[in-house]
Design a protein around this ligand. Structure first.
Ligand code: ADP
Length: 404
């Protein structure tokens, strides 16, 4: 069965067409600049064919309509007709406390995802636009929502409750949710398999380090803590977001004359690596290259690694020991100096990186710890679309494979 995986953002939609239990990518690409004067649809296939078409894409339904006309093009040879699409899997950022699992989309699920937009105003509304457009354009094709928050729903209250007045939770559901759950789930599943711990008790930490960064502590297959919080601002230092900050800061800045909107913008777009490097870059490649000569770039890298190291240590404490640590995301998969720096000094926990394995281990599944180390450390490229395709097949395919 062929499954379309969609990740709908406010002005772009990323897609993959998969088959064979999610494992084979037939084509992938991007619909971009939706709502701008000139948009584009880019599709490339596993057999090396590619098309790129520039056209006006005023909104999501029109964009997907054009996309569905292009996808079965004979020149691509990845899909004979739209009828071959057996189901659509959507990445949805926020499933709140309602969803600890993926869901087959019906009117009730749509209403719930819409209601949860208050918790993820930048993400759930465009996710929903993609769902509604597919309902209209592919009537009768089952659709599944796979939530970024779902994997983290096993966290106990001791990890997810903030030390705030109780009524904030009761009234607004203010608590820690965690994000990147689909990636953590995939990487954890691979790490457990690689370490020979499938079905065994296990203490695993997965670090997803991309533009957004988060780390998750997973005990016996269940998340017990994760670093992102009520929104994806908390926890680790990120490309343009600060991670953990003192809660008094926004009010202090407001008192200094900054508007709420400006403060939000500063926390979303001008902080993290970008802020620490005094606006030089949020790109870790640039910062690593400049850190020999530029003190702000060096400090940005230092703070990034230090925060990460502290979280690894705290999650070893939360788990009562650590057996496996896995790195993923653009930085985690590719930046061996960052992996080395984050693990430096953690030998007392049993973490010991092999410098040769680490330097050679980028971009593919690799063990980068020494053979003598108590903790197995891996690089594991993430594959969120695989999980979304598998989940879609599980819920919509009438083909009951167990959850990943
Ligand atoms: P997103 O969270 O947007 O999906 P990615 O997972 O692609 O982002 O990660 C983007 C980050 O990965 C950037 O900071 C980029 O600099 C970093 N990155 C990608 N390749 C390398 C590399 N070879 N060395 C260091 N950093 C890298």
């Amino acid at each position: 069965m062929k499954i379309l995986v969609l990740n709908s953002g406010s002005s772009s939609i990323k897609f993959q067409l998969r088959e064979d239990h999610g494992g084979v990518v037939l084509s992938k690409g991007l619909i971009e600049r939706i709502g701008e004067p000139l948009g584009a649809i880019i599709i490339s296939t596993a057999n090396g064919r590619k098309i790129r078409k520039e056209l006006e894409l005023p909104q999501h339904t029109v964009a997907l309509q054009h996309f569905f006309e292009l996808l079965p093009s004979p020149e691509l040879q990845c899909l004979g007709s739209l009828k071959e699409i057996g189901a659509v899997g959507h990445r949805v950022v926020h499933g709140g406390e309602e969803y600890s699992d993926s869901v087959l989309i019906d009117d009730k699920a749509i209403a719930t995802i819409d209601r949860l937009s208050s918790l993820a105003p930048l993400h759930n509304p465009p996710n929903l636009k993609g769902i509604l457009a597919c309902r209209e354009l592919l009537p009768g094709v089952p659709q599944v929502a796979v939530f970024d928050t779902a994997f983290h729903q096993t966290m106990p209250p001791v990890a997810y409750m903030g030390a705030l007045p109780r009524e904030l939770y009761d009234k607004y559901k203010i608590r820690q949710y965690g994000f990147h759950g689909t990636s953590h789930r995939y990487v954890h599943q691979r790490a457990r398999l690689l370490a020979g711990l499938e079905g065994q008790p296990s203490k695993i930490a997965t670090a997803h380090l991309g533009n957004g960064c988060s780390i998750t502590a997973i005990k016996d297959g269940k998340v017990i803590d994760t670093s992102m919080g009520f929104t994806p601002l908390g926890g680790l230092v990120m490309g343009t977001r600060p991670g953990d900050i003192d809660a008094a800061l926004p009010c202090f800045l407001h008192d200094q004359g900054m508007e709420c909107r400006e403060i939000q913008h500063m926390l979303q777009k001008k902080s993290g690596l970008m802020g620490l490097s005094a606006g030089l870059s949020n790109d870790m490649r640039v910062l690593l290259e400049k850190s020999a000569t530029n003190e702000y770039a060096r400090l940005a890298v230092d703070v990034f690694c230090y925060r990460l190291k502290k979280y690894i240590g705290s999650y070893a404490a939360a788990l009562g020991g650590l057996e496996v640590l896995a790195f993923t995301g653009g930085i985690g998969e590719n930046a061996h100096p960052i992996r080395a720096r984050a693990c430096e000094g953690l030998e007392f926990l049993g973490i010991q990186i092999d410098p040769q394995r680490n330097a050679a281990g980028s971009g593919r599944e690799t063990l980068i710890s020494t053979d003598a180390a108590r903790v197995k450390v891996y690089v594991i490229p993430t594959d969120e679309e695989y999980v979304i395709a598998e989940e879609t097949l599980r819920l919509a395919g009438g083909n009951s494979r167990p959850a990943a």
